[in-house]
Design a protein around this ligand. Sequence first.
Ligand code: HEM
Length: 71
Amino acid sequence: MLLLLAGLVLAVSSMMLWVILEKGYSPSWLTWIEIHKWSGFGLFVAAVTHVGLHWKWLLAMSRRVFRRSLD
Ligand code: HEM
C-alpha cells in the first residue's frame, strides 16, 4: 500500500516538474521538488522492504524457474 502511494505521489510530482511547471526557483517548483524527493526516497525504502519481506518467495521461485530452464 505504501509502495502504491509513494509511486502515485512520485508520478504526480514527476509530471508537475516535467510537464506542468516551468523550471526555476518559484515557491511551487521548490515545493514539488521536496514532494518529489521524499516520495522518491519513500518509494525506494518501500521497494527494498518489499523485496526483503518476500525474499523467501523470490528465492524459491527463482530456484524453480532456473531448474526448469536447465532441464
Ligand atoms: C525513484 C524514482 C525517482 C527518484 C528517486 C527521483 C529523484 C529526483 C531528485 C533527487 C531530483 C532533484 C531534486 C532537487 O533538485 O532537489 C529530481 C528531479 C527531477 N525529477 Fe526525479 N526522481 C525519480 C523519478 C522521476 C521520474 C519518473 C520523472 C519523470 C517522468 C522525474 C522527473 C524529474 C524532473 C523533471 C526533475 C527536475 C529536474 C530539473 O531540475 O531540471 N523523476 N528527481
